[in-house]
Design a protein around this ligand. Sequence first.
Ligand code: HEC
Length: 252
Amino acid sequence: MSRLNARGRAPVLTFLLTALLLAAPASRAQEEAKTLPFTDNASNVASVQRGARDFMAYCSGCHSLKYLRYNRIGQDLGLSDDMLKQNLIFSGVKVGEPVTTSMPAKSSEDWFGRTPPDLSLETKSRSPEWVYSYLMGFYLDKTRPFGVNNLFLPNVAMPAVLGELQGWQVKEEGEKTAGHGEGLPLKLVQPGSMTPEEYKAFVSDLTNFMVYAAEPTAKERVSTGWGVMFYLIFLLLPLTYFLKKEFWRDVH
Ligand code: HEC
């Protein structure tokens, strides 16, 4: 009897599990907006430097970049250890340490309901366009604990930490053609300390820095690539040519 019951339950369980699996992503993916166009430029050193400074000032309190060491940033962006200490390292750690956050994961989970994720690979796991759009996409929403929501991460747990700079937006049907909401269904109702142009440049710098952070060796990879190509063409090609000549001499 009990066996029969178990068998009878199996399809119900499968159905419930499938329903759960299907429902889980759906609760988040509600109505995500189309991302804004953004062309990243991590080889613009000045932009990446500004992005690094701003990331340390506005983001590193909550988010780590655990695969990136401060002195690696210094080396890549042409900053001395002293400059690193004065401009980038606020937590008092040594220059050889990775960018970690001083906030214990447990407390942040209590405060935000979610631990702020490590952002080392964020531009790879999402995309540079997504990160850029996300930082543009906060809007006022009284139903949320921090009073804000995000077009690209519905029911976001992150406070709008750049609100003072960007100003405050509300959601309104129809894509806007000017100001902050350009291309998004958002309208600026209270200006921030930056103009829309300044804020866009600020977010572009941050995104460029995060693209760099996701692959600090990108530049080296490209130059090594050219070295290898050079080697193959100029050293191996003549060698191959003479070898071929040597082999074919007996054939003719
Ligand atoms: C006060 C803490 C706090 C600060 C400061 C903060 N964040 Fe966040 N951030 C969070 C939390 C919490 C989440 C998780 C949000 C969620 O999943 O709903 C998050 C999520 C994100 C995500 C999305 C991660 C993903 O793919 O799901 C990005 C991107 C991000 N933050 C970027 C930034 C940047 C850039 C800054 C600096 C301008 C910043 N954050 C500052 C707390 C913070």
